[in-house]
Design a protein around this ligand. Structure first.
Ligand code: PMP
Length: 419
């Protein structure tokens, strides 16, 4: 490692204090001290291109976001048990982006809390407990959700109510939908054999941790229909694909032609401020509301909402949905031509600025890891995805322009040569 003496010491102190469960990116850890737009800067002022961070969706430290957050924080930060204008104004404005009948919103601080709340609501509404997730899914940190997150590995908690189905493979074209439906039906049959009633099917609609599967559009619908026919609810986990990320629509599920019963979201919602939410159909949450109540100390606080409103305004004012579509298409076209130059890249998937690049070869996992680390040396930050760790995951802030794309492509071209 070529870490500075200061960073060597910091690394040791970090291990001493944070303990063994944390992981850092890269063989040679990165230590940014400042962010602006799509760039992160280290202590020496060297700029690194952030091509991975979907949280800073409108760009790191966007001045309008920082200003809105600071202004509200200097005036009042309080919770949802007082009357406040901004939460209702935001709810009305934001819910307009969802199809009927998705017309209630409940605020949390994290995507995990939103998914956990969805599970509670689904259990009340359906009277069931059975859950289906994909084989390499990630849905969150609580005990219930860690058990629904097989990507955490063998050490993840086990739950007899959780059933997995294979993720799409990207190999079956128009058959993808029917294959997924058959897999859901098989899982439902096993559930029935064990006397477990279905509650919820959770799907990350871009299959981020499964390896990024975006096409053909609509392939999710038959699986959702089958699960609903058995009495379960469909939860679209939009933590990754939401907020214009896929370029064509504000929400990933829309590409699939389904209207979920609940939609969870988080990450980009506050551009880094912890604000997340669950959007839900009124009839789905009605009984839950009668039987119990919901309060989340920090979820939906005034400053969280002011921040989320600023992000939402910027996405629209800066035309980020269209920009994402355009940059994403240019990005994939550049990658396609790079793929033709050699035998390293064998598939390019994704939509908008959520791109998966499948790496070929005898040891695709090793090659992908070497590429990610070689890119870091070229001052480009990305990571890998998929059960085999053999997919480059490219997911930059949406404010990713032509200059950034050129920088990325020349870096990737060199990195491929270097490894
Ligand atoms: N769902 C998906 C698809 C995610 O990627 C994540 C976070 N990686 C979560 C849920 C959980 O969100 P959070 O980390 O905000 O709890």
């Amino acid at each position: 490692a070529i870490l500075s003496a200061g960073d060597e010491a910091l690394l040791q102190r970090r291990t001493d204090t944070l303990g063994p469960a944390y992981r850092l990116f890269y063989e040679e850890p990165f230590h940014p001290v400042r962010g602006e737009g799509v760039w992160l800067y280290d202590e020496e002022g060297t700029a690194y291109l952030d091509a991975y961070n979907n949280v800073a969706c409108v760009g790191h430290c966007h001045p309008r976001v920082v200003e809105a957050m600071a202004r509200q924080a200097s005036m009042l930060t309080t919770h949802t048990r007082y009357l406040q204008n901004n939460i209702v104004d935001f709810a009305e404005d934001f819910l307009a982006s969802f199809p009927d009948p998705l017309s209630h919103i409940m605020f949390t601080c994290t995507g995990s809390e939103a998914n956990d709340l969805a599970l509670r609501i689904a259990r009340v509404k359906t009277g069931g407990t059975g859950v289906i997730v994909t084989e390499n899914a990630y849905h969150g940190v609580t005990i219930a959700l860690a058990a629904m997150s097989p990507s955490l590995g063998a050490g993840a908690p086990k739950d007899e109510n959780v059933f997995t189905i294979p993720a799409p493979t990207g190999q079956h074209g128009e058959q993808e939908g029917e294959i997924m439906r058959a897999n859901v039906e098989k899982a439902l049959a096993t559930m029935a054999e064990r006397g477990i009633k279905p509650a919820a099917l959770y799907v990350d609609t871009i299959f981020s941790s499964d390896g990024i599967f975006s096409h053909p559009k609509g392939f999710l619908k038959p699986a959702v229909d089958a699960f609903r026919a058995a009495g379960g609810l469909f939860v679209a986990d939009e933590v990754q694909p939401g907020f214009a990320r896929t370029g064509e629509e504000m929400w990933g599920f829309i590409r699939h032609g389904v209207v979920p019963d609940m939609v969870s979201m988080g990450k980009p919602m506050g551009n880094g401020y912890p604000v997340a939410a669950l959007v839900v159909r009124p009839d789905v949450v009605a009984e839950f509301g009668e039987r119990t109540r919901y309060f989340n100390t920090f979820g939906g606080n005034t400053t969280a909402i002011a921040t989320a409103q600023a992000v939402w305004d910027i996405i629209r004012d800066e035309g980020l949905l269209n920009k994402t579509l355009e940059t994403g298409s240019a990005f994939r076209a550049d990658l396609e031509s790079l793929a033709r130059e050699g035998d390293v890249i064998c598939d390019i998937r994704g939509s908008g600025l959520f791109i998966g690049v499948q790496i070929a070869g005898d040891d695709p996992r090793g090659r992908t890891a070497r590429l990610v680390n070689a890119l870091k040396k070229k001052r480009i930050l990305i990571s890998a995805s998929g059960p085999g760790g053999d997919v480059l995951k490219i997911r930059p802030p949406l404010a990713f322009g032509a200059d950034a794309l050129d920088f990325f492509m020349s870096g990737l071209r060199e990195a491929i040569k270097d490894i």
